[in-house]
Design a protein around this ligand. Sequence first.
Ligand code: C2E
Ligand code: CA
Ligand code: CA
Ligand code: CA
Length: 279
Amino acid sequence: AKRQGRNTWQWCRGTQAGDTRHSVTLRHDLHNALAEDQFELYYQPVVDAVSGRIRSTEALVRWHHPSRGMVSPGEFIPLAEQTGQIVPLGRWILRRACQDMVRFNADRERELPVAVNISSLQFHRDGFLADVRQILAETGMPARLLEFEVTESVLLDGTGPVIELMETLKDMGIRVALDDFGTGFSSLSYLRDLPTHKVKLDRSFIKDIQTDRRIAAIVQGVITMAHHMDMCVVAEGIETPEHQDDLARRLCDLLQGYYFARPMPLNALQALSDRLPHH
Ligand code: C2E
Ligand code: CA
Ligand code: CA
Ligand code: CA
């Protein structure tokens, strides 16, 4: 009944505002997309802030829509969350990321970890842990090479014992990083209680870091604070050498952004990492 209420509301919005007809169609297309094998995972390198050497990757899903071409996850992930499609899609993403990385790491001296974004519905679903265990077993992916990225809202959404779940994952060897850090409101106070090792500074901070002294102060504050709590900091959205210099000077640990590399298919990552020094 709850579900029906939700759909009705969405439908009303869709019929009232013309511009959401687009998303009604997309939502419909999303239903077949998994079965039709229209998704692909891209990988974006995360590099050491000083040396620029690749340290890990983030898996980012892509949808090759048969008529619209590439649809951005910023557009379809929220739809998949609304319809519940994110559960099977999220499972597919995790499985594919593990399969890809096992293959990728097979002939590497130094194995590369992968970060997978986990959405709220997925994280809070009862079967989540069982799915994760099953996928690790089935793919042979070592848990220590897997990291989950969750946003603050994912953690706040839950009625369940979020910290317990994070502890369980940690015991299994899977680390959980806090994504889009700084965009929410309660970040600073509740960081204290979270069993996390890493925060990812949202891209919106980096964009203005050189022109806005308050932003620069927040960034510096987060980095210093995180280090005092033995956490490491990743800055997203590094687009220029100035961004890199600035963040490296502030002792940010890891960087990710178009300046180093865009998200790319697995074979391109393979080609790139063959050319780059990795230790
Ligand atoms: P996110 O987790 O914050 O991912 C980072 C986004 O920033 C990615 O966008 C990436 O392509 C983009 N990005 C990286 N470097 C730069 C840069 O230097 N400049 C700019 N302007 N952008 C940069 P993308 O791939 O379009 O994904 C958007 C969002 O969609 C993600 O934000 C995440 O919230 C969600 N998403 C993507 N893939 C997945 C997935 O597999 N599962 C789930 N649950 N969500 C996903
Ligand atoms: Ca992320
Ligand atoms: Ca992010
Ligand atoms: Ca983001």
